[in-house]
Ligand binder design. Structure first.
Ligand code: PEP
Ligand code: MN
Length: 350
């Protein structure tokens, strides 16, 4: 259910409606919009009696949301969600494209700093780097853990980049929430419902990567898990799904971008690195992602991919990253977007 407040409803009226919903034993989710506030109701197994709600001051109407996802739906919030970061111009969603770049894994301070310097110089606003790695083999590099988080926090200080990194489980979730700006939930954890709920209780943006074989509805339900706990800052990320195709690691499903935009207000990024698994495919698919209406891209960049401890074959070189930025800067205006290139650092001055 959804309570749509009148445009001129006062904060007190909104508050009174929320309290009424709580008294009924449900959870209110006030979501302010440009025109009016809508209050999503969750926790109800069946229909909520709309009569009393409709009679409350400031209420315009009470609507039944028919989709399985409620808070992630455009029915609840018409305008696109924009996630902003205090103390920075960086944003995810809206007119400006967000670019996330960095190595698959943080391997050392030197490696991370060298890459961060180059991606910042090329105009990335966000730095990615795995600290806790979900590896297919238990014998493969598992990440530097807390040390990697500390290195990335130094990177934020030095280059002004916002940090995105994966929380693999409930233990790493707390550390990631403490040190990073965005908590990434990986593809393999997209249906780890207890992890999603715990991330929903935190007040840090959460980036949810699409599961290896997730449908649109399953993808949005993962976002809904986070939102149902009161954290509405969710970013979706398409990273390819498993298909019969074997010319790429996964099949990057760019058709999910308009599908998400049609039904949800949440921003969606595209990760052409995991989506293709091939360095030579990353730039073309990053261009295509922007052209298709993605809110930004997330790419793996490595200064020495041939010796990378994870995902070397899909990591682009820093000069290729600069090339990609130049290309998407040209494409962006065609689709009424802009590449901000906000944080430029003077590399020569170090
Ligand atoms: C990653 O971004 O480092 C990663 C492991 O991605 P995914 O969960 O999409 O495989
Ligand atoms: Mn990777």
């Amino acid at each position: 259910m959804l309570v749509v407040m009148k445009a001129q409803a006062t904060p007190e009226e909104i508050q009174a409606v929320c309290e009424h919903i709580e008294q009924l034993g449900f959870r209110p989710h006030p979501l302010p919009g440009a025109q009016r506030t809508a209050i999503g109701i969750t926790g109800n197994q069946g229909e909520v009696d709309r009569g009393n709600l409709e009679a409350l001051p400031g209420v315009a109407e009470v609507i039944r949301v028919s989709k399985a996802y409620k808070l992630a739906s455009r029915d609840v919030k018409e305008e696109d969600t924009i996630i902003r970061f205090t103390g920075s111009d960086a944003a995810i969603g809206g007119r400006e494209l967000a670019v996330v770049a960095g190595p698959c894994s943080i391997e050392s301070r030197e490696q991370a700093f060298a890459i961060a310097e180059q991606v910042a110089a090329a105009g990335a606003q966000f730095f990615r780097g795995g600290a806790f790695k979900p590896r297919t083999s238990p014998y493969a590099f598992q990440g530097l853990g807390l040390d990697a988080l500390k290195i990335m926090s130094e990177i934020r200080e030095k280059f002004g980049l916002r940090i995105i990194t994966e929380a693999l489980d409930t233990e790493s979730l707390e550390a990631v929430a403490e040190w990073a700006d965005v908590i990434q939930i990986g593809a393999r954890n997209m249906q780890n419902f207890s992890l999603l709920k715990k991330a929903g209780r935190l007040r840090k943006p959460v980036l949810v990567k699409r599961g290896l074989s997730a449908t649109l509805e399953e993808f949005l339900m993962a976002a809904e898990y986070v939102m149902s706990e009161g954290n509405y800052e969710v970013i979706l990320c398409e990273r390819g799904v498993r298909t019969f195709a074997d010319h790429t690691r996964n099949t990057l499903d760019l058709s999910i971008i308009p599908a998400v935009k049609r039904v949800s207000h949440l921003p969606i990024l595209v990760d052409p690195s995991h989506g293709t698994g091939r360095r030579d495919s990353v730039l073309p698919m990053a261009r295509a992602a922007v052209a298709a209406g993605a809110d930004g891209v997330m790419v793996e960049v490595h200064n020495h991919p041939e010796v990378a401890l994870s995902d070397g074959p899909q990591s682009i070189y820093p000069n290729q990253f600069s090339e990609m930025m130049g290309e998407i800067e040209h494409i962006a205006p065609v689709v009424l977007r802009r590449l901000p290139r906000g944080i430029r650092v003077d590399v020569a001055a170090g």
